[in-house]
Ligand binder design. Sequence first.
Ligand code: BJW
Ligand code: ZN
Length: 268
Amino acid sequence: MPPSADMETFRKLVNAAKHVVILTGAGVSAESGVPTFRGAGGYWRQFEAQQLATLQAFRKNPSLVWEFYHYRREVVLTKEPNPAHLAIAEFEKRLQHEGKKVVVITQNVDDLHVRAGTEKLIRLHGSLFQTKCMNCSDIAVNFDSPICPALKDKGKPDTNAEDARIPVESLPRCQKCQGLVRPGVIWFGENLNEGDLTAAGKELEECDLCLVVGTSSVVYPAAMFAPQVAARGVPVAEFNLESTPATSRFGFHFEGPCGKTLPQALSP
Ligand code: BJW
Ligand code: ZN
């Protein structure tokens, strides 16, 4: 049977739920103006994210990879949470008052869920506003703009922009040991943080309702989370502009911008 698009039936399940997991991806921030990874907006210069979001790319050309992340940090700093982020945060507060639990598991590295007021948040892929030292592994929060003087006005996304070729000594450095730092995100081929995976696994096992919002469901291990919840008979609803490889596994599919569909689904 194809997934249902019956919002009234879904809202009844929302009202009856006691423990809700909301799994989000780049689509939840798209209406804030943050580009998604796949599709037309996913390119920076001539590169797809997959080509730059790896340790190999960083080792080969840390200046280029820092330009890419510097650009994305600066973009996010100019954006605001949209009605989808806000609906999720308000829903968490409302259910908390009723003694129920809402947990957001996000693949996003922007900080828009936090700024919207979401409290119970698991950030599977890290944060644009954290750094990790390549030398001593120190993890630090960093909202500096620019993150270092040499990156000021660099990182332009147009295909004909010139590489800044910043010497490694002038790239962002560790406060503790002066070593080179990298963006505090999880790159392709890297393991997710074990604590985050354990915490996410527990919520996914215990929840009685799951929403999967604005993700293409192609990047593992997050891509298997919602299908696993559906497989144990728990209702799962997908909110997306289009179908994904996981759509047929879910009971509900609400097609359209989640800034519209989520407030409909989660409002009192
Ligand atoms: C809207 C909307 C609107 C738009 N309203 N909707 C098993 C099988 C196959 C492969 C693997 C596997 N296990 C591991 C792998 C390899 C790899 C992987 O999954 N590759 C696939 C591409 C095949 N995974 C990993 O490497 C992971 N590590 C791991 O598993 O370690 C163990 C291991 C290692 C090696 C081998 C085997 C095991 C780590 C993955 C880390 C992902 N990191 C990134 C980059 C983070 C840093 C950065 O930001 O630069 O995370 S990749 C990128 O994709 C980013 C995202 O979080 C992630 C997911 O993307 P998302 O959020 O789904 O965005 P989009 O753009 O794809 O989709 C947007 C969606 O929104 C679309 O559907 C739109 O329609 C929709 N939309 N507007 C509603 N308004
Ligand atoms: Zn260090």
